[in-house]
Design a protein around this ligand. Sequence first.
Ligand SMILES: Cc1ncc(COP(=O)(O)O)c(C=O)c1O
Length: 352
Amino acid sequence: MNRFWHETISRLTPYTPGEQPKNSPQLKLNTNENPFGPSPKVIEAIQQNLNDNLRLYPDPESEKLKTAIANYYNLPEPSVFVGNGSDEVLAFIFRAFFQDKKLLFPDITYSFYPVYCNLYGIDYALIPLEDNFEIKLEKYQPNEGAVIFPNPNAPTGIPLELKIIKNFLGKNKNTIVVIDEAYVDFGTQSAIGLIEEFDNLIVTQSFSKSRSLAGLRVGCAFSQPELIEAICRVKNSFNSYPLDRLAQSAAIAAIEDEGYFKKTTQAVIGARSFLEKELKNLHFNVLPSGANFIFTSHISYHAKHIFDQLKSHGILVRYFNQPAKIDNFLRITIGSMNQMQQLIKVLKQIVL
Ligand SMILES: Cc1ncc(COP(=O)(O)O)c(C=O)c1O
């Protein structure tokens, strides 16, 4: 520890993102990126905005983007917040609402949550998943604290039904509930429609996965205007301009190209069904997925062995060597049908 470091900084364990290799592997299936490029309209929008105006600051409130998102979801604009990836949106939410509360989240979930808690000094408790890796909301007793979970959960991919979420919100009206819907567009039911009814609900979403914009960093949150106002206050106390001109224009084009979005998300869902079936034929256990990835373990071969073997064949998937409950699992991003066929071909050599 350097003598100028604050002790809270030396105690931090920052989040480690999935490997972004310098030499691109033959198949990159480790960070849940979309196998298809962004909509051609996105590229057009970026090209149109590559001009002298880049010398000017962008709209600090991203008004046009918020209006486009609000129109898409049929919400009033003050119910929408946008930020630099949903990671940043979550960072603001943790700061705005969780600091003086006990926060509950699943023991196996997005590993950024404990990182934010440690950064901000937020008290938290982990609620164990069921033996089948499902989240059971009945186990959460927030007592006016706060709850966050992804739907579908990550890295398991298991979706939770909307009626269960609605029931939980109704029973815990004094608890802030944040639902992280980074992967919702791949077949999970969104809770955005519950925002009008519940003033304790915040939903976050990402443009990184289903809209194929991980490289531009765009995320959003939905809630009743008073909670959105609190998130804006935090944002404007960090950085007035989190979204640059290119990201704002590209995200508008992405949300407006519904046809491309539907076509590509359906293609990913189709490739997921194919992969699930093929993995089962190769004696993998596959958890049900409502996401663009599959969480799986083999009945005889250890996940680390399969991970290393795949890597030596130029295929990168995600292996988590902790916690112990998931150290025999691999998380595999769904690629195109062709990529999934390549993967299965190599897996056949490893596990048979
Ligand atoms: C559950 C979950 N939430 C949020 C994010 C953050 O996504 P982004 O910051 O790219 O919008 C991720 C990224 O992998 C994730 O897995």
